[in-house]
Unconditional design. Structure first.
Length: 268
């Protein structure tokens, strides 16, 4: 999360205690094959069609451990210990790119997709709050969620620092949403599965390279190749995608066969 590496070392080795598990993280290491993009060779990452990470499903590494956000469904429940984070992080960037607002109803979770909306129930008092996931963490053993100050205050977590809670997935907000609209959520998707899938098999700074790859795999195992002219980190990239996948599961199965090193899923 947002904390600097120096601060982490102080916490780890200085014997200090904290109420919340809020730490810096580093995305998975870049592939050597496509140095201009950050890929994960151990998981088929989902990207937006403009080439930026789909924050919902971005893999990342903290303290040498890799975390892979997972698909969840409305009604799924999880139990664990909640913590909170507040003034030290107010106004700083979250893992989703938003500025952290300690007075908003948000939270950090290690693997729930960004913008997942969950009900958090204090198991001791039955007090409840509803939050939107917009950050990663907490990276402390036995802690499942890091609540904003206001959310933690609503269910009595601030006073003691932590509490045993139950999480229930209620739905998914649009990435641009800054408030929780329960009516919109009720009409929305019931699972965090994306649609309109492609598999990227190559990325080139020169169009000629993309053209050669497209022509080579114009029709590959029933899937068709196309070229996408995109921008990434202010650089023009020509990407080669295979299309024709009817579901995320089909695309993941294709990737697992190892036809193309470093390939990953894209949602357009």
């Amino acid at each position: 999360m947002i904390k600097s590496f120096i601060t982490i070392l102080i916490v780890l080795f200085g014997g200090c205690t904290m109420k919340s598990g809020s730490y810096s993280y580093q995305p998975s290491k870049p592939s050597q094959k496509y140095p201009s993009e950050q890929l994960s060779s151990k998981a088929s990452t989902i990207y937006k069609s403009n080439g930026e990470y789909q924050a919902t499903m971005r893999p990342y590494t903290v303290f040498g451990k890799e975390y892979y956000p997972t698909v969840v469904h409305v009604g799924d429940t999880f139990s664990g210990r909640a913590s909170w984070y507040g003034p030290d992080f107010h106004g700083k960037s979250t893992s989703s790119g938003e500025a952290y607002d300690m007075y908003a109803l948000t939270a950090a979770h290690k693997t729930l997709p960004m913008n997942t909306v969950v009900r958090v129930t204090n198991n001791d008092t039955n007090a409840q709050t509803i939050v939107r996931i917009n950050d990663r963490g907490p990276f402390v053993d036995n802690r499942i969620i890091d609540l904003s100050y206001t959310a933690a205050e609503q269910i009595g977590v601030v006073k003691n620092g932590t509490a045993l809670v139950t999480l229930e997935v209620l739905g998914f907000e649009p990435a641009s949403a800054r408030t929780i609209d329960m009516q919109r959520i009720a009409k929305g998707p019931k699972e965090s599965v994306l649609t309109n899938f492609f598999v990227q098999i190559g990325s080139f700074e020169r169009f000629e390279g993309a053209k050669i790859t497209k022509e080579k795999y114009t029709s590959f195992n029933g899937y068709s190749a196309i070229i996408k002219d995109t921008q990434y980190n202010n650089k023009r990239l020509f990407r080669v995608w295979l299309g024709g996948f009817k579901s995320e599961a089909e695309a993941r199965d294709f990737i697992s066969r190892g036809y193309f090193e470093g390939s990953f899923i894209i949602r357009e």
